[in-house]
Design a protein around this ligand. Structure first.
Ligand code: SF4
Length: 482
């Protein structure tokens, strides 16, 4: 599909994705991180924005899955769809259909922007969304390609859309006056890059206040005009480290971008130093902030210790931050795997974790995450659904990263003790997990798998008979030379 897309005029966009979201080409398709359809990431970003319509162009089965998942995760808006057939695809009529659909939708009373997304097949066929009008009746039109063969994870697809919108908004801001934000801080702001737990920006705001700074918008934003406010910042904190295209826009606008995040005592101290340096804040003010917050964080960590060995894996981008917090809480974390690539914004976290003896695996595959569980024998595995399933089948306590870990504050004093309750609670369940494993031992495994009316009976003699027949058939084929 990559070759087809390149031949159809998408080589430039594919080259950009390959540079922004690198994968190891030497690894086969099954050694890459397992991700849901990447377009879900960008679709979700669009669906969360006010006065924004989302339109998909792709195979009906893909659109069905993406729409289903969006509504499963609480999208309150319809997803637009421009269907195609082989004929409309090859004749270019699909592009005309998309253009007509966008013209029909572009009502400025309802929308600030319309996001049109090419899925795999239209991207491979070269449907040229870049030829759509930039704006219709004042409604901005943003066309993006999000093919599974070009964007490795759904996390990075969020950056594809966030970067495209920032590029558009930057162009508008450079061309003339733009809408002011709904709320404007009287202090210089730090834009926060990454989807954060709702309490985290508030906590970050408290950490920044003694420096004379405020927390700015979170990117991906919830409204178009927040994009201008995000660009109009003192510096950008890349809390989630995979927003490469977005960073390009911020750096293009002359903004400094700093990595890591204020997690735990060490992380908060280093982050405040980095903010102070990026914004030219006097060392005395930074030290005063550290003196105020670090003892509180250290106290919260000490009050809620975690004792035990934990492996961490996930695809959100905050895996390294969570591992730092666990280690500062007292846990032994020998392994952290993330589906995201290595970038300069997670570099401080990688260095800190490796100095503490933790192995950091970027672009981790499921097999690497499972091998880490086998190698380190943790008391708790934090991970994606299949990792959790694997751990539980082994009688090992496990927590799903996205629902149970990402849905908690991580930053500053509020984040310091927040993981301990859920982590300690899960580890204390080990005996129950072992009992459950014993209870279900052998169920739905081997000859017991499937649906049975009566108790399944193992028939090893049948297996041996059919195995012998298979071997004989294979030998016969070999002899004929098929
Ligand atoms: S074929 Fe492409 S667009 Fe469709 S579900 Fe798979 S990755 Fe997503």
């Amino acid at each position: 599909m990559k070759e087809a897309a390149a031949k159809a005029g998408k080589s430039e966009v594919l080259a950009r994705y390959a540079a922004d979201y690198p994968v190891d080409a030497a690894r086969g398709p099954h050694d890459q991180p397992q991700s849901m359809c990447p377009a879900f990431g960008s679709l979700r970003v669009g669906l969360r924005m006010r006065r924004t319509a989302s339109v998909l162009s792709g195979s009906a089965c893909c659109v069905y899955g993406l729409t289903f998942t969006s509504h499963f995760y609480g999208a309150k808006r319809s997803v637009g769809y421009v269907p195609f057939s082989s004929e409309t695809l090859v004749t270019g009529k699909l592009f005309e259909d998309i253009r007509d659909a966008v013209h029909g939708l572009a009502d400025p009373a309802l929308y600030d922007s319309i996001i049109v997304t090419n899925l795999c097949v239209p991207t491979a066929s070269g449907v040229p969304l870049q030829l759509l009008p930039k704006s219709i009746n004042g409604v901005r039109i943003v066309g993006i390609d999000v093919p599974g063969f070009g964007v490795p994870t759904h996390a990075e697809a969020k950056d594809v859309l966030a970067g495209a919108m920032l590029a558009y908004a930057r162009g508008e801001a450079e061309a003339g006056p733009v809408a002011a934000p709904r709320e404007r801080s009287d202090k210089p702001t730090i834009t926060l890059l990454g989807e954060l737990f709702p309490a985290d920006p508030m906590v970050i705001g408290q950490l920044l206040a003694p420096l004379g700074l405020a927390a700015g918008p979170v990117v991906p934003t919830r409204e178009w005009r927040e994009l201008y406010a995000a660009l109009d910042c003192a510096a950008v904190a890349a809390i989630h480290p995979f927003y490469t295209a977005s960073v390009r826009e911020f750096e293009g606008a002359g903004r400094k971008v700093l990595g890591s995040a204020p997690v735990g005592r060490d992380g908060t101290a280093a982050w405040l130093d980095a903010v102070g340096e990026a914004c030219g804040i006097a060392k005395g003010a930074v030290d005063a902030a550290k003196n105020r917050f670090l003892p509180a964080i250290a106290g919260a960590l000490a009050a809620m210790p975690i004792r035990g060995r934990v492996t961490v894996s996930g695809y959100e981008g905050s895996e390294l931050l969570v591992a730092r917090l666990l280690i500062e809480s007292g846990a032994d974390v020998p392994y952290v795997g993330t589906a995201c690539p290595k970038t300069r914004w997670s570099e401080p976290d990688r260095a800190w974790l490796e100095a503490k003896g933790c192995r950091v695996q970027y672009r981790a595959s499921l097999e690497q995450d499972l091998a880490a569980i086998a190698e380190y024998g943790p008391d708790l595995a934090i991970g994606t659904t299949p990792v959790v399933q694997h751990a539980k089948a082994k009688g090992l306590p496990a927590l799903y990263f996205t629902n149970l870990i990402s849905a908690r504050p991580l930053m500053g004093p509020a984040g310091a003790g927040s993981l301990a309750t859920v982590v300690n609670g899960a580890m204390a369940n080990r005996d129950r997990m072992v009992k459950m494993r014993g209870f279900f031992e052998g169920v739905a495994e081997g000859p017991n798998a499937g649906i049975w009316q009566g108790k399944p009976v193992d028939r090893p003699e049948f297996r041996a008979k059919f195995a012998a027949r298979r071997i004989a058939a294979a030998k016969a084929e070999e002899a004929v030379g098929v």
